[in-house]
Design a protein around this ligand. Structure first.
Ligand SMILES: [Fe+2]
Ligand SMILES: [Fe+2]
Length: 393
């Protein structure tokens, strides 16, 4: 017979843990001898045993004998293992009753039913998700120290105004890029933990982009630039998209992918080190956002080739909805020309204009490349890329 000596320890100070541990070493029906000197032991032991479903065979001043009951086993009889902790423990569809439980936990039966519409592996998962999360967590930068805020920024007024206009435009795009993943974050079943983590860091990245672009815009003056109807109309079609696959396609594959080119262009032609740094660091984060969007959509398209038709329809629908709007605001376009020109001579402005035309071509090439990675043909990719919003995001 197994036995446990509690010494002076009472059940009111954790003595039950030792009894529980001793009972776990015997089979159901097995008996454990409990010895102890605590004066309340003869009262507390039977009470605890009753509550736990064990039987007291004998009890007295120095302890007693306890038979392990079956009730405790019964409580967990209907429990279910919520997959396995590693990604190879993922299930195809996560049950609503697993709820918030850690992946791999033993979930007691009879719990609440949660509402997670994104509960299928093929809807959200990417094999790259764990790696992308680790990489994203390691690549977080501190806006206070990563940007040379104290560098000399003394630009001619019209160049400073151009930077402010570009930053103002970037900020509203970043807000959309923050809110789109944030909307879906709470709809993803927690079984797909790494996907939640990737999206959460993506949201944090966008929060940082909003911060640094705002701070750069206000570095030399108190006023922000213009926000246009065309720009907001374009972003509204993105923010309103209710389908996760379509929203991440429009946002990450089409929009953020295009922004990677734009931010690189701004970093390359920045008139000051602060503008260069905010564009460069944000662009690095964007490349990760694109990588996750592409990775999970590739997986979903492989699993469900009909999705390709829905992706194409989403681009066409957005194009029709926006065809009567201006797209990129003229001030942003002109600001980019001026930044790329670097001077106020006809030759420089002409060169700046050519560089913006080349940028738009580069953006188009990038979109076509990503569309082909999703299985679109050369011709389909070219057609869809040309329908992408002129607002870039
Ligand atoms: Fe961003
Ligand atoms: Fe982003």
């Amino acid at each position: 017979m197994s036995h446990v000596d509690l010494g002076d320890l009472g059940l009111d100070r954790g003595g039950h843990l030792l009894i529980k541990q001793a009972l776990s070493t015997v089979p159901v029906g097995g008996v454990v001898q409990v010895i102890g000197r605590h004066p309340a032991l003869p009262v507390h032991l039977p009470a605890w045993c009753r509550a736990q479903g064990h039987e007291v065979v004998e009890v007295g001043p120095g302890g007693g004998r306890v038979r392990r009951g079956a009730a405790e086993v019964g409580r967990w009889a209907g429990a279910e293992r919520a997959g396995g902790p590693a990604p190879d423990g993922l299930v195809a569809r996560a049950p609503a009753t697993w709820g918030l439980a850690a992946r791999g936990a033993l979930v007691e039966a009879g719990g609440p039913t949660f509402d997670y519409p994104l509960d299928r592996r093929e809807q959200v998962w990417a094999d790259d998700a764990p790696r992308l999360y680790t990489q994203a967590a390691a690549a977080q930068w501190d806006p206070a120290t990563a940007i040379p805020w104290d560098a000399a920024v003394d630009l001619p007024a019209e160049v400073e105004a151009a930077v402010t206009q570009v930053m103002t435009y970037l900020i509203e795009n970043e807000v959309a890029a923050l809110q789109v993943p944030a909307r879906f974050l709470a709809k993803v079943h927690p079984h797909f933990r790494e996907v939640l983590q990737v999206l959460a860091v993506q949201v944090a990245d966008e929060a940082r982009h909003i911060e640094v672009f705002t701070r750069r815009a206000l570095l030399r003056g108190p006023a922000l630039g213009l926000s246009t109807v065309g720009g907001q109309a374009s972003l509204k079609t993105l923010v309103d998209e209710p389908d996760f696959a379509l929203a991440s396609f429009l946002l990450s594959v089409m929009g953020e992918g295009t922004f990677v080119s734009l931010l690189k262009f701004i970093a390359d032609h920045a008139p000051d080190p602060v503008t260069a740094a905010v564009a460069r660091l944000s662009g690095q984060d964007e490349a990760r956002h694109v990588a996750f969007g592409l990775a999970h959509l590739r997986r979903e398209v492989d699993h469900d080739p009909a999705l390709r038709g829905r992706l194409a329809a989403a681009v066409e629908r957005r194009h029709s909805a926006l065809q009567h709007t201006a797209g990129l605001n003229a001030e942003v376009h002109d600001a980019l020309v001026l930044l790329a020109a670097g001077a106020w001579t006809p030759e420089a402005i002409g060169r700046g204009h050519d560089r913006v035309v080349a940028l738009v071509g580069e953006m188009d090439q990038g979109r076509r490349h990503r569309l082909k990675m999703l299985g679109f043909t050369e011709g389909e990719a070219a057609a869809l890329s040309s329908l992408h919003t002129r607002n870039f995001m």
